[in-house]
Design a protein around this ligand. Structure first.
Ligand SMILES: NC(=O)c1ccc[n+]([C@@H]2O[C@H](COP(=O)([O-])OP(=O)(O)OC[C@H]3O[C@@H](n4cnc5c(N)ncnc54)[C@H](O)[C@@H]3O)[C@@H](O)[C@H]2O)c1
Length: 373
């Protein structure tokens, strides 16, 4: 089977994870890359062998079937639209868009052009998340009734990255929420409503000392940076299956002791691993055992496999099946995330307008570097 040729737009911090992990999937070949800052794509050519070229040249290159969009959130819809208009299938980093209208336009454009659109996160295809889902599907905790999804920290000041995290289109929900909400939808299916209260506690945050090399001309360590998003979002998502999940996403918390995700069922409880990783541990509690047990993970891909969603899309393009990290899923996840601020502002429950199918579970017994045809 020949390889599917891929281009990457946006050669910043996360791109190395894609260049590296794509090498392990037999179906992928990252052939070209581009960045508005040409030095950056030139560096990736040197490091990974993908040919560095201009944005326009990459979009016009005939042999590329899928283009991955690794630009910052505010550029996502525009770049994904350009990719589709160039006649290529598009796969975007998260969030899928920063507002509902833009995301809906991208979905509609892909449909009109008969092209595929996909989006990160693809961590739900990792061994940890697939194991947690299988336990639910196989009835280990009975009917899922309730749960928690909690991602809290003191913010990105020490991550040494571009400070877009306090801009419109980011914040803890749009930046980290995609992992958590996608994990929930993968396990529980589509959601019905969100009721939330959100806060912005500070108008300015002080950047840490570790602004990355790429941004140190733009931002000085300890510069004050304006906060334009809510930084503490708390609420409840009602899923169509009946489960009620309490969510907290925050850049305002120094320390906490909660698990990333817990699901409480009619016959037991489940601790789901950090959905920002591909690994475990997965733990289950059943009353007949009386304590948490760590469950062996029978699936592949427990290590960083960012691009697994693109590999799955490449196989899907050949067989005609649906790809798992698809636009419909990402768009529903985006609507859920945006509903937190919407509900807080309105002072009440927001009924969701979008929906999606649960992505198909991965099978056991896949060979290394492979995904289902
Ligand atoms: N950094 C991480 O750890 C991480 C992890 C997971 C996901 N992500 C997501 O990946 C995306 C990129 O994040 P990053 O940390 O790599 O950001 P980054 O700022 O380091 O890199 C983005 C790159 O895109 C380029 N770019 C911007 N607009 C462009 C355009 N119109 N055309 C071509 N190039 C353009 C920039 O020059 C930059 O090199 C974001 O959506 C982020 O949420 C990042």
């Amino acid at each position: 089977m020949g390889k599917t040729k891929i281009g990457i737009i946006g050669c910043g911090m996360i791109s190395d994870a894609y260049f590296k992990a794509a090498q392990k999937f037999n179906i992928l070949e990252v052939a070209a890359c581009a960045d508005v800052i040409a030095d950056r794509s030139a560096q990736k050519q040197e490091a990974w062998g993908a040919e560095s070229m201009s944005y326009e040249a990459l979009l016009g290159r005939k042999d590329l079937e899928v283009i991955i969009n690794l630009t910052p959130p505010l550029a996502h819809s525009k770049v994904t639209t350009d990719i589709l208009n160039a006649g290529k299938h598009a796969y975007s980093e998260k969030p899928f868009g920063v507002d509902a209208d833009d995301a809906a336009k991208v979905i509609a454009l892909a449909k009109t052009k008969n092209l595929r659109v996909g989006s990160a996160p693809d961590t739900f295809m990792g061994a940890g998340q697939q194991t947690a889902r299988k336990l639910i599907d196989d009835g280990w905790i009975g009917k899922p009734l309730a749960g928690t999804a909690i991602v809290m920290g003191r913010g990105p000041e020490k991550w040494g990255q571009a400070p877009f995290f306090y801009d419109y289109g980011a914040g803890p929900m749009l930046d980290l929420g995609p992992y958590y909400i996608t994990s929930l939808v993968n396990m529980l299916g589509a959601a019905e409503s969100v009721t939330a209260v959100t806060r912005r506690f500070d108008d300015f945050r002080t950047l840490g000392a570790e602004v990355s090399d790429a941004y140190k001309d733009q931002y000085k360590p300890y510069d004050k940076y304006p906060v334009t998003v809510t930084t503490h979002l708390t609420g409840v998502i009602e899923f169509k299956c009946g489960a009620v999940i309490t969510v907290i996403s925050s850049f305002d918390v120094y320390k906490h002791g909660h698990s990333p995700i817990e699901i409480y069922g009619s016959q037991g409880s489940l601790q789901v691993p950090d959905p920002n990783t591909f690994g475990g541990p997965v733990k289950v509690f059943r009353p007949e055992v009386g304590e948490w047990e760590t469950v062996a993970m029978p699936f592949r891909y427990s290590e960083n496999s960012r691009s697994i969603g693109v590999a799955d899309m490449a196989y899907a393009l050949r067989s005609g099946r649906k790809h798992r990290a698809n636009g419909e899923l990402a768009n529903h996840v985006l609507e859920i995330m945006l509903a937190f601020d919407k509900s807080s502002k309105a002072g009440g429950k927001v009924m969701l307008e979008t929906t999606c199918e649960r992505p198909e579970a991965l099978p056991l017994g896949l060979d290394e570097g492979m995904l289902p045809e």
